[in-house]
Design a protein around this ligand. Structure first.
Ligand SMILES: [Zn+2]
Ligand SMILES: [Zn+2]
Length: 259
């Protein structure tokens, strides 16, 4: 079994958020770092990016920010963008060079417009999105196998668990009834805790209780959003104290009850 991915998962389970979202995002970041440092001028990378019209919105901005932070420059982004924008310019050039459509030539004009739209439509997926999805699927398979081991189950139980999408993927790929049951029970337990935290969060918005200090429900909206849509780890940071892993929250609770 892949020890490298096991090490990655172990680390992700000890950190906040869905572990599969985390290892997937890390794989996409590794790929983008590789493109930035090694393959801005590589023809195969350029062809791949040409077929997808570059990165998706999220990875496009991530790439620019990565370059600004690590290189204090934007040359790589400039080179890739220049190639793609030139390609777009040529497509528009080709369209404008054709005969102008008159009332009698409506059908031909429509065909030319459809061709223009087709030319501007990506034929391939955003490459880091592909890398991310592949790594998530692989990491999920590794996790499914190691979850037979008690120590891994304990580790997983203390983590923030799956987001809804990765729960679905885990259930769709898991074949062994005992493990399936364990995953469903684990997630059900998490949902009940999260719903209790949300209820408490909402209750404290009532003016009668708004003086009460926040407890573990402080970041319930972050966790509820993550539970539904998955995690996005490179978002701008929250103020300190608003974010933590399930293990930290359990520790804080135990400390509170103990003292
Ligand atoms: Zn996830
Ligand atoms: Zn993408």
């Amino acid at each position: 079994m892949d020890l490298l991915v096991q090490a990655e998962l172990k680390q992700a389970l000890g950190a906040s958020g869905c572990p599969i979202c985390r290892v997937g995002e890390e794989a996409a970041s590794r790929y983008l770092r590789f493109v930035l440092h090694e393959s801005v001028n590589d023809p195969a990378t350029r062809r791949r990016l040409a077929s997808s019209w570059g990165f998706c919105r999220r990875h496009g901005w991530y790439f620019l920010r990565l370059e600004c932070v690590t290189m204090r420059d934007g040359l790589g982004t400039a080179i890739l963008a220049e190639g793609l924008l030139k390609m777009a310019e040529q497509v528009l050039d080709g369209h404008l060079a054709g005969p102008p459509g008159g009332v009698r030539k409506q059908r031909a004009a429509r065909a030319r417009l459809e061709k223009l739209v087709r030319s501007l439509t990506p034929r391939g997926q955003c490459p880091p999105c592909v890398v991310q999805a592949e790594h998530e699927a692989y990491a999920l398979a590794v996790l499914g196998t190691v979850l037979q081991v008690e120590a891994w189950r304990e580790r997983f139980a203390l983590s923030d668990g799956f987001c809804l999408r990765h729960l679905r993927d885990a259930l769709a790929t898991e074949k062994i009834p005992d493990r399936l049951r364990w995953i469903v029970e684990d997630h059900h337990r998490r949902l009940r805790r999260l719903l209790a935290d949300l209820e408490e969060y909402i209750r404290k918005h009532d003016y009668r209780f708004s003086q009460e200090p926040y407890g573990r429900e402080r970041d319930a909206v972050d966790r509820a959003t993550a539970a539904l849509v998955g995690n996005w780890f490179d978002l701008p940071r929250r103020p300190p104290g608003n974010h933590g892993s399930e293990a930290e929250r359990v520790q804080a609770e135990e400390g509170k009850h103990g003292g």
